[in-house]
Design a protein around this ligand. Sequence first.
Ligand code: AMP
Length: 563
Amino acid sequence: MSSSILFSEFARVCSEIEPVSSSLEISARVADFFRGLNDDDLGTAAHFIMGQVFPAWMERELGVGPSFLYESIATAYGMQRRAVEDLLRRTGDIGVTAERMCSQSVQRPLFTEELTLQRTYDNFNLIARIEGKKSQKRKVKLLADLLISAAPLEARYLVRLVAEELRIGVGSGAVRDAVANAFDVPANLVERGYMLVNDFGVVAVTAKNEGEKGLDSLTLIPGRPIRMMLAQLSGGMEKGIGEFSRPVVEWKFDGARVQVHKMGEEVQIFSRRMENITSSLPDIAALIREFVSGDTAILDGEAIAVGPDGRPRPFQDILRRFRRKYDVGQMAEEIPLHLALFDILYSDGSSLLDEPLESRRRFLERTVKEDPEGRIYLASQLATGDLSEVERTYNEALSAGHEGIMIKNLDSPYTPGRRGKNWLKLKPIMETLDLVVGGAEWGEGRRKNLLGSYEIACVEPETGRLLMMGRVGSGIKDDQLSELTDMFREKIISETGIDVGLQPDVVFEVAYEEIQKSVNYDSGYALRFPRLIRVRDDKSAEDADTIERVTELFEGQRTAAQN
Ligand code: AMP
């Protein structure tokens, strides 16, 4: 097999794509690049090109935050860390900063091994594995070594890759189209494969070597999280029920989504962001071992934090459980969780994704015994088109403290990762938006050391670009502002005056009075009276609301106003 390409080749492709704005042309260029790669490089390039160091399913992180990245650049090029930060302030881009420092550096090694794509990936793996005492120091050293062997243009993209923000406008949509184009396979099969195995590398190599047939045979792997099926707004009870010839109604529980994988006695639990949260939820794992029969199963449900009165507790309490790393047992007593299961995706060696909901439900009933103490149960399903019965269920769910109802199509398959039309949600409050925070401002006077006025943006899924929708700031109390400032301080990637650019990986749930058209922001919309509801710790930027969704809500409010 041909040897790995040089990282400089990857950097060249990135620099050629960077100025291109047409998404068609971007994916065509990525396709050209993919066509020339061997299997290993294709596997790596498929996530690198989106600015992802490791494939999404892998629970691996470099563990190099912005401040250690600056440290590495300083070490590599024999500069002071302050100098890195000063230049960053001027360029507003950590990649360009590294590039300039690299070209000015006299600290050039006499001899270094040429940096290939595989060597870069191997080194990232080494960096990610470093743990324990002085781990940060060792990470900085390894990263600096990599930077020393890089030429200026390579340094630009190496550093942006470490920051997981390549800034070349290639998102998952572009990679999907590029794989389809490069290996002449249908884009929807590429998408399906990605939703199942969560790794464009695997999907691209399968498309290259086995074509359509290979993609078709990709399936779930117990132990590896898959993207969860999502719901759309119903647009009202009557409309929602009317969508399906055989609707069923379930409560929309007020909790947090979990995907549970049972493999014999081993249980793995994943959050909606596909993080492995098993070690924080030993109580749920024990319930699964006790009440779920069969050897292998993948189950979908909602974890609910319950108060002494049996009603759901605030979402923040569930997150405290999900995030807890120590004294987990004590926390489990303080905030007990219940598990409501509503779907099953895999059972004893077979994927159930293509089975209709009706049959998956039968599998679910056969697989899960209900706990007499009510800690684990199945979502009750009401199969009816009768609006007064639906309304009764809706009111019951609300008076039990839950969010509303889900209306589902009994004849529909499970579509991972898609906000399809087969699950519709109905809740009383005005839909909030989940938006990515891309920047902030330092406050004035009393709030001088606090970050506020957060820039919020929705996502353009084809390119992964963030489209600004305005700022949210009013209504955040000082103690919350200081909590937010602590969290964001680590994520600052540029600073000009009071303006701060942030690594865009935090999602705010934002309420508002109305969506308005606006020429001031590149999304084309602005929010009237935006208000921060909470930080959606369970969502990553990828899960934030898209421009299509904003448009849909905008259109929806217009229709509502006309009625
Ligand atoms: P939303 O987060 O508002 O888009 O609503 C979809 C979420 O509702 C899912 O991701 C689940 O976490 C949650 N949910 C609660 N109850 C159910 C249910 N019965 N079926 C599906 N999803 C549910």
